[in-house]
Ligand binder design. Structure first.
Ligand code: PLP
Length: 392
């Protein structure tokens, strides 16, 4: 029997596949139903009506009065659009690089002929405000680029404090990659004074990958008027004009946008505050499980959206979880390959799903290191988890 058949057979025997990555996430039934509907034309009345409603709902998640634009790309496309729409060649940007996605800010800046000044933060740590402040008297810096939740290290960055600091430097725009942060941690765009905020559909929006969201403050739109970097598909001004009329500038990703209207309905019903509380609760449960078993967290400022834990043979555990238990969790990226596992807390996960994943992880830990882990110890750890997450 080939390995794919044996994998399928095991899945049938056990339970359905479970996605516990920090994006993409499992899909709720109403979203799956929406994705299988007949096509609408993107200039139809029905689509316009749906897009108008979505535009107003997105403002609630972004906590803004500004337009939140929908782009047909993944999050990285919106990161690129953010720079190409507010900056001009050779302008200096301050990049906070605390992991794989912070590094991406620098890479995009270089690709667009900008001059990145990089604050290298040890992976797993949050940037120090004092370190940022040291650079801000440089009058050439036009924007500060930062990642709200650094997914590669499961670390939260102090966005509120950075925004407060930047109030003293009104010529510097604050650009926040909130791709795994939005809807999982506090991010108050207008109140805190964030100038550009970016999100992606496969994370807290409970959708497949393929849509990105970007919102600009009035200050950022003003800078857009003088921006000279090349833009065509990602011309946000053109996109804003179209979306204000209930259209997208080019052919719309109709199925995903229609599914977005369903996911926003679900998210609105839960409420932003409760969504954040839910990710915090899963984080707490995950941390208790790790602590009880003596597994060390990688981050010194752990994010709500996911947990990164240091484990021996991480890649082999990850592989067994997928092939034998049908559970996908992420491994380490770059310098963290085979050193950590990353368990996502996002999407419509039930308590039962989460406990199933931790149980399978426990099973694999016992198998790999029976001298360190016993079935009894795992059961006790799971009991602690169940005290927080009542199995439903
Ligand atoms: C924090 C962060 N930034 C950027 C990205 C890139 O997003 P995408 O893969 O949707 O382009 C990711 C994806 O995981 C992410 O977690």
């Amino acid at each position: 029997m080939n390995s794919f058949n044996s994998y399928n057979k095991r899945l049938k025997k056990n339970q359905s596949p479970l996605l516990l990555s920090p994006g993409p996430v499992i899909l709720a039934t109403p979203i799956k139903k929406s994705l299988s509907q007949d096509m609408w034309h993107h200039r139809s009345f029905l689509f316009k009506k749906a897009l108008r409603k979505i535009s107003s709902d997105l403002k609630i998640l972004f906590q803004t009065k500004q337009d939140v634009l929908i782009l047909a790309c993944t999050g990285t496309g919106a990161m690129e659009a953010s720079l190409s729409n507010i900056l001009s060649p050779k302008e200096e940007v301050l990049c906070v690089s605390a992991g794989k996605f912070g590094e991406r800010w620098k890479e995009i800046a270089l690709a667009f002929n900008l001059k990145p000044i990089v604050i290298e933060v040890p992976w797993g740590q949050a940037v120090s405000i004092k370190e940022i402040e040291k650079h801000l008297n440089n009058k050439n810096i036009k924007a500060l680029l930062i990642t709200a939740c650094e997914t590669s290290t499961a670390t939260e960055q102090p966005i509120k404090e950075v925004a407060k600091l930047l109030k003293n430097y009104p010529d510097i725009l604050l650009v926040v990659d909130a791709i795994t942060g939005l809807g999982a941690m506090e991010l108050k765009m207008d109140k805190w004074g964030i100038d550009v905020m970016i999100a992606g559909s496969q994370k807290t929006f409970w959708l497949p990958a393929g849509l990105a969201f970007i919102c600009l403050s009035q200050k950022a739109w003003k800078k857009n008027l003088s921006s000279k970097l090349p833009k065509y598909y990602f011309d946000l001004n053109k996109e804003r004009q179209a979306q204000q009329k209930g259209e997208t500038a080019f052919s719309s990703s109709v199925s995903l946008i229609r599914a977005l209207s369903v996911s926003l309905k679900l998210l609105k019903k839960k409420g932003l505050k409760n969504l954040i509380i839910r990710t915090e609760t899963l984080k707490k449960a995950c941390h208790i499980f790790c602590k009880f078993l003596g597994l060390e967290l990688f981050s010194s400022k752990p994010a709500n959206s996911l947990t990164a834990l240091k484990v021996f043979s991480a890649d082999s555990i990850k592989k067994n979880l997928e092939r034998k238990h049908g559970i996908f969790i992420a491994g380490g990226q770059g310098q963290l390959k085979n050193k950590i596992l990353r368990i996502g807390h996002l999407g419509p996960l039930t308590n039962k799903d989460f406990i199933r994943a931790l149980k399978a992880l426990g099973f694999e830990l016992v198998k790999q290191k029976p001298d360190l882990f016993t079935k009894t110890k795992i059961k006790m750890a799971l009991k602690k988890v169940e005290d927080i997450l009542k199995p439903s």
